[in-house]
Ligand binder design. Structure first.
Ligand code: GDP
Ligand code: MG
Length: 441
């Protein structure tokens, strides 16, 4: 979205306040972005209307551009629409055994999600969970749940051939009661499309189980259709929450917005993979960012940071060319290493440093070691940092003691600084525009 809005916003930035024309132009782009994210047409239209009202005439804060202001208004509104009431991961599972009914289309991820949630309840809330597959349509569906149950260490209702969904639900309830389970989860059969038979079956199961939670599982990659699915299920069965699956893919999550807007039901969890722990509590701001493609903006900020680092590197390079590399430079490097997570990333980029980087790594150059070295440098006076040649025995003792370390450790640090200073000097002699400069690019 930010890409697309770039042109519009460039124009916006040249003015002081949000006029109606500005907003209209920007909103046209917002609407396209929403549709591209698979938000349903009517939802996109209503959303844009609400944002337009908010944005038009709103005073533009001095510190940000009108363009940024529009993005913020859109972003905030998205979060508002996406955010349900209460904590999404608080399932109503008091009064054991609490039934949880899982519904949704075939292939939406019901069975997978059932097992994921059961594992979560077991691991995090120490609940005893029983899972039952009510899917009598697909031949291997019941076995699928049994296998997942074994994987995550959750009991499944034994399979009795020939039973229908309602009979299985009754048996699950009975077993859950007798077996002292806290929760029992009913994994229903899906269809490729919504049909009467499916709805009748789910209704009958609901009437038997009286579920505390009815979770609608929806494939996050499906767009427009999600709205129909959600409103149909909600109307016929009553839904208490939504689980969006496949949010690990490149779907933008427009389904989430559509479903929230249409059903008003909270999104509780998102599935982010096929593994049994690939489930997360729904986070509205994250999905809002995804719908807006805010990744672009994040990338921008990162780029800005990079530029800052390049500037710093260039300043350093000038010093190095003069053969200057004192403890301040070393501390700088060490801090960068901590930030970038590795010796090689920095030193490996400099000519002649590759070998040292390897040595350093072999010497156990980990975060802890780097932090100790920084502590040593911090223990020096300003003068000493600028001119490490000052460090004679008594000063060394004081510095090491100040950092709570041995003098031998300080000696190692000094050796390292000297080596680096020497290398820098040599590289500096290669002249301006020499290897060092190239390496810094
Ligand atoms: P059901 O027919 O609704 O029971 O769907 P299943 O639970 O059998 O899931 C269908 C397929 O989708 C399986 O291959 C799952 O591994 C996969 N799946 C489910 N949830 C996710 C998810 O969050 N991410 C990804 N990548 N795959 C998922
Ligand atoms: Mg299934």
């Amino acid at each position: 979205l930010s890409d697309r809005l770039g042109g519009v916003f460039d124009r916006l930035t040249k003015q002081g306040a949000l006029t109606e024309d500005d907003v209209t132009a920007a909103m046209r782009e917002v609407r396209v972005a929403l549709l591209e994210a698979d938000v349903s047409l009517s939802v996109a239209r209503n959303f844009v209307k609400a944002v337009t009202q908010k944005a038009t005439g709103s005073a533009v804060t001095k510190s940000i551009t009108p363009g940024q202001q529009v993005v913020k208004i859109v972003h905030d509104e998205l979060i508002k629409v996406l955010q349900g009431e209460g904590a999404p991961d608080q399932l109503r599972i008091d009064n054991p055994p609490a039934p949880i009914l899982m519904v949704g289309l075939q292939g939406s991820g019901k069975t997978t999600t059932t097992a994921k949630l059961a594992k979560r309840l077991k691991d995090r809330e120490k609940k005893r969970v029983l899972m039952a597959s009510l899917d009598t349509n697909r031949p291997a569906a019941m076995e699928q749940l049994a296998i997942l149950g074994q994987q995550v260490g959750v009991d499944t209702l034994p399979i009795v051939p020939g039973e229908n969904a309602v009979q299985i639900a009754k048996r699950a309830k009975q077993q859950a009661t007798l077996g002292g389970y806290d929760v029992y989860m009913l994994d229903t059969a899906g269809r490729l499309h919504i049909d009467e038979v499916l709805m009748d079956e789910v209704q009958a199961v609901r009437d038997v189980a009286n579920p505390r939670e009815t979770l609608l599982v929806v494939d996050g990659l499906t767009g427009q259709d999600a709205v129909n699915v959600a409103s149909e299920f909600d109307e016929k069965v009553g839904v208490s929450g939504v689980v969006l699956t496949r949010m690990d893919g490149d779907g933008r999550g427009g389904a989430a917005l559509s479903m929230r807007a249409v059903t008003g039901k909270p999104i509780r969890f998102v599935g982010v993979g096929e593994k049994m722990d690939a489930i997360e509590v729904f986070d509205a701001s994250r999905v809002a960012g995804r719908i807006l493609g805010m990744g672009d903006i994040v990338a921008l900020v990162e780029k800005a940071q990079e530029v800052l680092e390049v500037e710093q590197a260039e300043r350093m390079m000038k010093r190095f060319q003069k053969g200057m590399f004192n403890m301040n430079d070393l501390r700088n490097q060490l801090e960068q290493m901590l930030k970038m997570g590795g010796m090689q990333s920095i030193m490996g980029m400099m000519p002649g440093m590759g070998k040292m980087a390897k040595q350093a790594e072999a010497a156990g150059f980990d975060d802890k070691a780097i932090k100790r070295q920084i502590a040593l440098i911090n223990s020096m006076t300003k003068k000493e940092r600028a001119n490490p040649d000052l460090l004679q025995a008594s000063r060394k003792k004081r510095i090491a003691a100040g950092a709570g370390m041995e003098v031998s450790e300080l000696n190692k640090l000094l050796k390292m600084q000297k080596q680096m200073a020497d290398t820098m000097k040599k590289l500096g002699k290669m002249g301006k525009g020499g290897m060092l400069k190239q390496a810094m690019r």
